[in-house]
Design a protein around this ligand. Sequence first.
Ligand SMILES: *Cc1c(COP(=O)(O)O)cnc(C)c1O
Length: 360
Amino acid sequence: MRAYNFSAGPATLPEPVLRQAQDEMLEWRHAGASIVELSHRGPEFMEVAAEAEADLRSLMSIPADYAVLFLGGGATTQQALLALNFASPGQAADYVLTGHWGKTAIKQVKPYVAANVVASSEAEGFRNIPARGSWQLTPGAAYVHVTANETIHGVEFPDIPDTGDVPLFADFSSSIASEPLDVSRFGVIYAGAQKNLGPVGITVVIVRRDLLERAGQPRADILDYRAHVKGESMLNTPPTWNWYMLGLTVKWMLAEGGVTEFAHRNARKSRMLYSRIDESGGFYRNEVDPAVRSRMNVPFFLHDTALDKPFLQEAAAAGLISLKGHRALGGMRASIYNAMPEAGVEALSGFMHDFQRRHG
Ligand SMILES: *Cc1c(COP(=O)(O)O)cnc(C)c1O
């Protein structure tokens, strides 16, 4: 039986998407083969690829002056490619550090640019986001990089920071398409698919086209976004199965009402969990500043770590799985992306209430 799966990534997928993939596994439409067995340059896959892009553009209202790429390598590879493509050797790039993934982003560009941490909440244990007014931006920086939602620490930007003429680059891996977003405020948006867009193995990169004219650093064409745009994300064999699954997931989101509908659902789901935690009288706790709490990943701790194991065991027995927190933080984490139904969060909230009654 399928449980409610709160995994942070790879994460739960919409059941209708899995069923459609199952139905089409042996033969895609009338192609005589599965989509995963056909050439990426054939008419069948070209149709899947074009539809996925058109649907994602529609779902996220991506303006025409932005290119959309579907690449392998995950979000982490894009973190390195940002510097190679958009910063010249020796140029500075500014990073706002609000959690684990911001650190990864900095690590990936260290060989290529002078990465400046212009604001950080590390000293406070990544429980808040430094106010925009306190950021010390570097004159002449290639870009400012933020992590829109920190998946491990459960910290999310509540609005888009203004960086003036310096393009804003954002890692949206764990919050893409979870609410309406003004894409035109960004230079680059990138996201691994495995949280909100589909299965792991494909990454979406949304790039403002004028930035592609930057010289960047010496690089092979496989590391060059310009070449990927020109080659329509098919410089080499793309991850076709993942691209197809991403397409089905995006279609499902459109059919459910698009990002406006998901914004409402995600607000209700996260509110339900945070109130369960805050109203537990200290039995559960979340330490993030309420103004920047993530709508996607809810980390929480039990007042007594001796209860962690029974909590996880009893939750699993109740059909609620993958609640163990990231090893960097301990405790629990409930990831409640678009594909997590409200009924799943209701079940978790009810379980938490009941667990507290029995162990409090
Ligand atoms: C999961 C995640 C990543 C890492 O993605 P990979 O696809 O494994 O490289 C990067 N950033 C954020 C915000 C994430 O949630």
